[in-house]
Design a protein around this ligand. Structure first.
Ligand code: NAD
Ligand code: DAU
Length: 371
């Protein structure tokens, strides 16, 4: 367990952690589970873009251990001030532009936030860390949260991505995350900043913004709208329940070796069409419609995503072997919990589906009417 103060003297560390992007999908699940598991203070730096939602953290908003700072990871002055004031023992960096389809329509924001934002954060962390005393420098951690998409695409039958798979990003999103991973690596190698990187597969669970496959399909199925499956629906993703991902991050923070990268996966490869049909069946069971056709009939094949990666799969044996982490949730069970969560949280759903959201849906799907 962690103690309250890491070193004595001028440049001490508190037990606090600074989380970036903590109002997004994975970040908010992480903050909620962190406060339960660790009990230590959290400072959440988040710009509240369309993907961020302070309401995700409503249940801890008045907890004295929680501080929210609305701001940009490209703002060096703000980051420096937060580090100086709160003296965190770790930074857990989630903030990013995260949606592949948006990176195809408007890539610039991805380069700005994912590359420049990560660079700014690393620079501020380096200055802060360099001023710590020896014990503080040894205890500090910068955990960079990344993705399996940096490795490119797999054919069916290829071995899963390992930590030594060469980088081959295919979308502007993946390229911007790859750039941020390389910067994180360089800050360890050149400056000795204690950086750890995790590369994980597709997450699912509560609080995911409904532009991504699983929540989009749940809500469209519920509302009897078409279910737009890209291409032939045979693209494969390795689904990871978000709470399993959060547990992996806690493990890496606690016991990971600085300079190392850890792949995190759900051991649950599924073709998109199978995910969508399972969602249809779950929504049929949980919200039956008398006399209506099964929701599978809503599936509509639409024009494919340009450069669409065929398959992702993670070999998570390193984190299992070295840190003892493995996913606890079985996909069909996690999906059932997720469907229930969206059905039970209509208020949250309505609050995130603003005019900006509706504009995006109209733009992304208008051009995909035919397969
Ligand atoms: P998300 O889009 O749901 O949330 C991103 C959060 O970052 C939002 O709260 C947003 O307001 C904030 N943000 C964006 N730009 C910012 C800026 N300039 N300054 C401060 N805050 C900013 O993303 P997510 O799905 O929760 O993903 C979190 C991280 O995990 C990302 O780095 C992503 O690349 C990585 N990741 C996600 C998945 C997945 O399946 N969702 C899988 C692998 C890796
Ligand atoms: O692999 C990790 C990545 O997973 C993360 O780094 C990204 O941040 C995250 O968004 C996710 O990327 P994907 O592109 O895999 O996720 P998405 O939910 O957008 O799409 C999942 C699959 O479903 C993909 O093959 C595209 C397909 N799809 C998606 C949408 C939105 C459809 O068929 N129809 C859709 O409407």
């Amino acid at each position: 367990m962690f103690c309250d103060v890491y070193s004595v003297g001028m440049n001490t560390l508190n037990d606090t952690i600074l989380v970036t992007g903590g109002a997004g999908f994975i970040g908010s699940n992480f903050v909620l589970t962190w406060m339960k598991a660790e009990g230590a203070a959290v400072v959440n730096l988040d710009l509240l873009t369309y993907a961020g939602n302070a309401a995700n953290l409503e249940s801890i908003a008045s907890d004295s251990r929680y501080t929210f700072a609305r701001g940009d990871i490209c703002d060096a002055g703000l980051i420096g001030a937060l580090l100086g004031r709160h003296r965190p023992r770790a930074i857990v960096h989630f903030a990013a532009e995260s949606h592949v389809d948006r990176s195809i329509v408007s890539p610039e924001a991805f380069v700005r936030t994912n590359v420049m934002g990560t660079f700014t954060l690393l620079e501020q962390a380096r200055s802060y860390w360099a001023e710590l005393d020896e014990a503080g420098r040894a205890a500090f951690r910068f955990l960079h949260v990344s993705t399996d998409e940096v490795y490119g695409t797999l054919a069916l039958g290829d071995p899963a991505f390992s930590e030594t798979t060469p980088y081959a990003p295919n979308s502007p999103y993946a390229a911007s995350k790859a750039g941020s991973d390389h910067l994180a690596r360089a800050y360890f190698h050149t400056f000795g900043l204690p950086v750890l990187t995790t590369n994980c597969s597709n997450n699912y669970g509560p609080f995911q913004f409904p532009e991504k496959l699983i929540p989009l399909m749940i809500l469209n199925a519920l509302e009897g709208k078409p279910l737009p499956v890209y291409g032939d629906g045979m693209n494969v993703r390795d689904w990871l329940f978000v709470e399993d991902h959060c547990a992996a991050i806690r493990k890496v923070l606690e016991a990971g070796s600085p300079g190392e990268t850890y792949n995190v996966g759900g051991n649950s490869e599924r073709a998109n069409i199978d995910v969508v049909t399972t969602i249809c069946d779950l929504v049929d069971q949980l919200r039956p419609r008398a006399g209506a056709e099964p929701r599978r009939k809503l599936i509509t094949y639409v024009k494919d995503r340009p450069g669409h990666d065929r398959r992702y799969a993670i070999d998570a044996s390193k984190i299992t072997r070295e840190l003892g982490w493995k996913p606890a949730e079985q996909f069909e069970n996690g999906l059932r919990k997720t469907v229930r969560w969206y059905l039970d949280n209509a208020e949250w759903v309505n609050s995130v589906r603003s005019g900006v959201y509706r504009d995006w849906i109209a733009k992304n799907y208008a051009e995909r009417v035919s397969a």
